[in-house]
Design a protein around this ligand. Structure first.
Ligand code: GH3
Ligand code: MG
Ligand code: MG
Ligand code: MG
Length: 367
């Protein structure tokens, strides 16, 4: 794949010379001011920026400072292109986070060598960064990726007044699966389930991550409770459709999962899960995980191979098994048995407590 290189210089002649030298190296774009460079980098982060140090208005040093202060752009290497070759000048550039310097007048061989070296380092750094947030077994996000995304999406949801959905998914009777078919088969099963969950999540912003062991988390930005329930349904269906035989399961003849659903609306603090913390206005991202965990525990207790939703309005926890159409469950806030309709009512296994939102399960969802 082509590397994207952004050339920034107030002198069009310098840009022309650089473009000729780098024509075969990557896909080039150009900016003739610091402001334009920052805007273009934001729109589509390049793999390398060649930056004129002296420009009228916003200098190259100021541009570099702004790039390094931006979480999304700090990793983009910057090579200063300058006629200054005093050590103190270069030291100041490196202090700002520059990767290298190219002196004017330009020497084609040196420009090529320095650019190629930075692109090599960038590719390795990208690979490392990806590995650091990827689960080695399944290829989905790892726990670190999930923890970071949760904090970011939680803050963003609160700031923008958006909803945020979370699913916690646990493979049913997975110890028995390993005991019966062996750990390599167990590993392959986890990989298939992870892929099935990716297929069930349609939005680019949705994040599937391995939470630990045979547990997964799916973070659903800008997704309400109803939307999260649809994704939970899609996951139950997708895992069922894998039809991975599990003769040791007390639930079904194939591998199944249980899903805990929680969601919150940042604009309605009292309805956020786990009242005990919200009452003092101190709701934190972990409370959403705790609510999804409690819902997962309810799904397990109610028979597995099903999803359970924490009703954040405080009315109860509703649980429905695989095979029940979420679309027929009716509007949020109606009684759980009504939501399932006459056919679903017989299948409903709702756990209710006086205040299920505050109720503590007292145990994890592993049994
Ligand atoms: P439940 O339906 O209550 O969730 O029962 P369970 O057997 O799935 O739950 P339990 O916590 O008893 O067992 C989880 C099993 O998951 C035990 C562990 O060996 C297995 N496991 C965790 N991580 C991996 C993994 O990376 N590979 C394999 N093959 N198995 C794993
Ligand atoms: Mg200049
Ligand atoms: Mg399990
Ligand atoms: Mg588990």
């Amino acid at each position: 794949m082509d590397d994207d290189i952004l050339l920034v210089d107030d002198d069009p002649n310098t840009i022309r010379v650089l473009a000729t030298i780098l024509a075969d190296i990557g896909s080039l774009s150009f900016a003739i001011s610091g402001e334009d460079a920052l805007r273009m980098a934001h729109e589509s982060p390049p793999d390398l920026i060649l930056l004129d140090a002296e420009m009228p208005g916003m200098s190259g040093f100021l541009v570099c400072e702004a790039l390094k202060a931006d979480r999304d752009l700090a990793h983009v290497p910057v090579i200063f292109v300058t006629s200054h070759c005093e050590p103190a000048f270069e030291v100041s550039g490196f202090d700002l986070g520059a990767a290298d310097f190219i002196g004017k007048p330009l020497n084609a061989a040196l420009v090529l060598a320095r650019v190629k070296a930075q692109l090599r380092i960038k590719r390795l750094a990208d690979e490392l960064r990806l590995t650091a947030v990827t689960d080695g077994l399944t290829g989905v996000g790892n726990r670190r990726r999930f923890d970071r995304a949760l904090e970011q999406e939680w803050s963003s949801a609160r700031r923008e007044g958006d909803a945020l959905g979370l699913l916690m998914i646990d493979v049913d009777h997975f110890k028995a699966f390993n005991d019966l078919y062996g750990h390599p088969a167990g590993d392959a099963c986890l990989r298939s389930i992870a892929q099935a969950m990716l297929r069930a999540c349609l939005r680019p912003a949705d994040l599937v991550a391995r939470y630990g062991g045979e547990e997964f988390a799916v973070l659903l930005p800008k997704t309400t409770q109803i939307g999260a329930e649809h994704v939970a349904r899609a996951i139950l269906d997708a895992v069922g459709a894998l039809a991975i035989a599990h003769e040791g399961s007390a639930t079904a003849a194939h591998v199944t999962v249980s899903v805990g659903i929680a969601s919150c609306h940042a604009d309605s603090t009292p309805r956020l899960p786990v009242m005990v913390d919200c009452a003092s206005g101190g709701c934190i991202a972990k409370d959403l995980v705790r609510a999804a965990d409690e819902a997962l525990y309810a799904a397990k207790s109610a028979g597995r191979n099903r999803a359970s939703a924490q009703d954040v309005d405080g009315a109860g926890t509703s649980t429905w098994p695989a095979g029940v159409d979420v679309a027929r469950r009716g509007p949020r806030g109606t009684d759980s048995s009504e939501r399932l309709g006459s056919q679903g009512a017989g299948l409903l296994s709702a756990t209710r407590s006086a205040d299920p939102v505050c109720a503590s399960t007292g145990a994890g969802h592993d049994q």
